[in-house]
Ligand binder design. Structure first.
Ligand code: ZN
Length: 308
């Protein structure tokens, strides 16, 4: 089991529940994407099934968990090319939870993408939540808990999971990325190491580093070079990260912009909003990505210039 960082408070709460024999039968772990919620659910399942109740990694139960062969744990989630989680998947999961444990006292299901249950599936799940089988524990994971019906939410123990602090983000990324990429990755991750996993591809990392160099001082930037960069890289570098990198220096300079007065600040805010909308608009309106990115950059550049 790889070390899990940043969610000690949740682990502590779970450990307390185990110690007091007050385990809730359905936990809903929710929080932004890319912070390791699924890995956290795996760790909690291991704590419950481990012979020493510590996710030791070495006992027979932990070895089975690591090999993915523990008979008392299954994971359910969005299947490839499917838009939602089906009632058949939920029925299978509830059937599994209704059996008594083969190796341990518990049966555990990790339900990933729980915010993608369709209506029928959510209704089926609700019945299971109302009459949980003894020893069954459902660990639900999702980014947006508000997408689940209130009736489901109210029967779960809601556990919010926070983004990681910078130190933990750095530790997580250190084992995955080259040393020269780490600083940029930590900045871009903004607490969510999973959101920069594309930087493991060194060509993406190089392109983003180049982008960062080009737009560092946007009001003085070379538009020809930016245009070239957009054309060559907009198809391979995730759009959210292009924008995050673009806006980092703007946010960092906000105090300075503020001193230039309300109107200048408003212009910058509007330009920033335009940039933030761009990734979604490219998809929704089938826009050509490179020229529309360039025009967002130009609007932002003009706003920054007018404030100097
Ligand atoms: Zn163990």
């Amino acid at each position: 089991m790889t070390a899990l960082l940043g969610h000690q408070a949740v682990e502590q709460r779970f450990a307390d529940a185990m110690r007091r024999n007050h385990m809730h039968h359905a936990w809903l772990l929710h929080g932004v994407r890319g912070i390791g919620k699924f890995a956290l659910a795996e760790k909690l399942a291991a704590m419950l099934m481990c012979e020493t109740r510590s996710a030791c990694g070495t006992c027979h139960a932990c070895q089975m968990l690591n090999a993915g062969s523990h008979p008392d744990l299954i994971s359910v989630g969005l299947e490839e090319k499917k838009r939602d989680i089906s009632i058949a998947q939920v029925r299978e999961m509830l059937g599994f939870l209704s059996l008594s444990g083969a190796e341990s006292e518990n049966r555990v299901v990790i339900l990933d993408d729980a915010d993608r249950l369709n209506n029928q599936a959510a209704n089926a799940l609700l019945k299971g939540l109302e009459e949980p089988s003894p020893g069954s524990v459902l660990l639900m994971v999702c980014a947006d808990a508000m997408k689940l019906p209130a009736t489901v939410r109210s029967r779960c123990l809601m556990q919010h999971c926070s983004p990681l602090n910078e130190y933990d983000v750095r530790s997580v990324l250190q084992s995955r990325l080259d040393a020269e990429t780490i600083d940029l990755a930590v900045q871009l991750a903004d607490g969510c190491p999973g959101s920069v996993s594309c930087l493991e591809d060194s060509s993406v990392a190089r392109a983003l580093a180049e982008w960062q160099g080009l737009i560092e001082d946007l009001s003085q930037a070379d538009i020809g070079k930016i245009d070239n960069w957009c054309r060559s890289n907009v198809a391979t570098v995730p759009h959210e990260l292009i924008i995050r990198a673009l806006l980092l220096p703007v946010y960092a300079g906000m105090q300075e912009h503020q001193s230039r007065g309300f109107e200048a600040l408003e212009t910058i805010h509007e330009a920033v909003k335009g940039c933030l909308r761009w990734p979604g608009e490219v998809i929704r309106q089938s826009l050509r990505a490179a020229p529309t990115l360039l025009s967002s950059v130009l609007v932002l550049r003009a706003a920054l210039r007018s404030s100097t």
